[in-house]
Design a protein around this ligand. Structure first.
Ligand code: FNR
Length: 182
């Protein structure tokens, strides 16, 4: 059966390379997965004072995570870590205590950078939080997409066959992982 993957993108930028890479991964992935990008830009800042009367956007966001069989994270690196907007969304869906929406779901992690290191710091800071949140993370292949501006063009087209194979190979491994663990 087809498994539903919720996709979280760690950049709100309109022309985000991470978003374009996420769309390329989706386009190249096996048909045994269906994808929905879950937008995080409208998720209000987490504030523990609001937990008793949560904003409607928190509830909608948590429901979308819960309705997903698996989560794919595609994120840039900001200051050697994940962007605050992604951490905020994770914090919101991890609560209230004992009701972590991510609990037990398989996860795929793709980090991106316009530089050569490919978001290693972001990738592993994200993995630290996801480990605590009891997500079953695909370990291999690791996906550090460096030189992101060369991997996807303005139009979102993947620049060359080697990059296409790299993204497609990840999608295939992720699909196998999701079907094994979800
Ligand atoms: C960056 N960038 C960046 N790149 C990197 O490889 N390591 C880093 O630590 C950072 N830090 C960082 C901080 C902030 C605040 C910004 C705005 C940018 C550069 C980053 O790779 C580049 O802006 C990407 O284009 C961001 O990804 P999207 O928006 O294209 O998906």
């Amino acid at each position: 059966s087809v498994k539903k993957v919720g996709v979280l993108i760690g950049s709100l930028r309109k022309e985000s390379f991470s978003r374009k890479i996420a769309k390329a991964v989706i386009a190249l992935a096996p048909e045994s997965l269906s994808f929905e990008i879950i937008e995080i830009g409208g998720v209000s800042f987490f504030n523990q004072d609001l937990e008793a009367t949560p904003p409607a956007d928190w509830l909608t966001f948590r429901e979308k995570i819960k309705a997903s069989d698996a989560i794919l994270f595609v994120t840039p690196e900001y200051n050697r870590s994940m962007p605050g907007v992604l951490k905020n969304a994770i914090d919101v869906a991890s609560r209230p205590y004992g009701h972590n929406a991510f609990n037990g779901k398989p996860a795929g992690i793709v980090s991106t950078s316009i530089g050569a290191i490919g978001g290693f710091g972001s990738n592993h800071h994200l993995r630290q939080s996801l480990t605590f949140l009891n997500m079953a993370q695909l370990a291999q292949p690791e996906m550090y997409v460096g030189n992101s501006a060369q991997v996807v063009g303005e139009d979102g087209e993947v620049a060359n066959d080697a990059s296409k194979d790299y993204l497609a190979g990840f999608g295939a491994a992720f699909a196998a992982w999701v079907h094994k663990t979800a």
